[in-house]
Design a protein around this ligand. Structure first.
Ligand SMILES: [Zn+2]
Length: 412
């Protein structure tokens, strides 16, 4: 395999400080060596490419999307209450069921790639995103999401067993299938418990809306009304009287390989409890603003030492699938957090949460060479901070060695 040395004004390895005038050696889609100008490295490369005034960093990890909702871009207006927003989305989906337009999913995968995404955590009810992800250049964990507040006993066991079989029979390591539960107000305790037994990582929307907290505290409110209206309320269910984190813990879901998406309503003690468990909080602040869920306590997530990943969420509640734009919003909400920790959320922390922490999310020898180069003005002195200013797809190029053997079209 020919070995290529890429030289760049900056290298942001994520797991270590940036390298000025750095280089990275790549062959066979694998990173072989990394260094700075003064360090020549022991092995000579077969060719050298000087990328100029760019910053090379690992391809990003978008830890939460719903590609099957891609036809809903701008179709559900921003709302002041998240259940009201969700009800409007559900009305739209009666007209146009999720995943019914495969071309929109293919376009969304291309959009992810243009935005520098190497790995995505995609939630799907229909599995409609599988084919587009298998054919495209973005690696994925496809979270097959189950719903049903009234699904109990044998039906819950059978649903979890079907999912487990689907996940374990698959052989494509680039696109894995894993379990997801929609949310505490839409999934029965029995189904949560059964899904906890399916190998992870696993994903759940948690502590997203104020109404979810009310539902768990008292069994009342907008989510109860929606369950009643849809005929899915379970008269046997008793509200636990606790917060969402304690509820999830009791169901066996508060663990290292769980992704807790949103956490907008988490109180400080709940955030500390999540941090101790090793579970990852996936924050999607632009979506939270759009749906009316509120402002996530992002700075508190970091201060508690929690593992924090980021997701754009779907095009129904975000203007694009650009993780750089989401990172810029995280920076705005958490101005005191070191830039590298926030970048880690869009790379290494997301990769670890998706079970790819050894291969993705950092520039280190033996890791996957899915690397991007971001155009960087010559005047930039703090490149990690610069990467949090809202990088646009036009500024991003994939390193061609990174795509070698990964089925991506050259120059895409
Ligand atoms: Zn979601």
């Amino acid at each position: 395999m020919p070995r290529t040395r890429y030289r760049a004004r900056w290298l942001a390895p994520i797991a270590s400080p940036p390298l000025e005038d750095g280089w990275v050696d790549v062959d066979g889609g694998v990173i072989r060596a990394v260094g700075a100008a003064a360090d020549a490295g022991s092995d000579a490369a077969d060719r050298e490419v000087d990328l100029g005034s760019v910053c090379v960093l690992p391809g990003l990890v978008n830890a939460h999307t719903h590609l099957e909702l891609s036809t809903q871009r701008s179709a559900v207006p921003p709302a002041r209450s998240m259940p009201a927003w969700a009800a409007a989305l559900m009305r739209n989906l009666q007209e146009e069921p999720p995943g019914a337009a495969p071309a929109a999913i293919v376009a969304a995968v291309a959009e992810l790639h243009r935005a520098g995404t190497a790995l995505v955590g995609d939630v799907t009810n229909t599995l409609a995103s599988l084919a587009a992800l298998e054919a495209g250049p973005v690696e994925a964990v496809v979270f097959h999401e189950l719903l049903g507040f009234d699904v109990a006993g044998a039906a819950a066991a059978a649903a979890a067993e079907r999912l487990d079989r689907l996940a374990s029979e698959r052989r494509d390591e680039r696109v894995r299938v894993c379990p997801a539960a929609h949310a505490p107000y839409s999934v029965s305790p029995a189904l949560f418990r059964m899904l906890a037994a399916v190998p992870g990582p696993r994903s759940v929307h948690l502590a997203e809306s104020r109404e979810e907290c009310e539902f768990l505290r008292a069994g009342t409110g907008a989510w109860r009304e929606i369950l009643d209206a849809r005929g899915r309320w379970d008269p046997e269910w008793r509200p636990p009287g606790s917060g969402p984190v304690a509820y999830l813990d009791a169901l066996g879901w508060l663990r290292e390989d769980s992704l807790l998406v949103h956490g907008v309503q988490m109180r400080p003690d709940e955030i500390r409890r999540v941090a101790r468990s090793g579970a990852t909080i996936v924050t999607c602040p632009r979506s939270n603003a759009w749906t009316g869920a509120g402002v996530p306590p992002v700075a508190a997530f970091y201060a508690a030492g929690a593992s924090v990943a980021v997701g754009t969420d779907s095009l129904a509640s975000a203007p694009d699938l650009n993780t750089f734009a989401e990172l810029a919003e995280v920076r705005r909400l958490a101005p005191e957090v070191p830039a590298r920790r926030i970048l880690r959320s869009g790379t290494l922390a997301g990769a670890a949460a998706l079970g790819r922490g050894r291969t993705h999310g950092a520039i280190e020898p033996s890791r996957c060479a899915a690397l991007i180069a971001v155009e960087t003005p010559a005047a930039v002195t703090d490149v990690e901070e610069y990467l949090l200013t809202g990088i646009e797809p036009e500024q991003i190029a994939w390193l061609d060695g990174a795509d070698a053997g990964r089925g991506a079209p050259a120059g895409s």
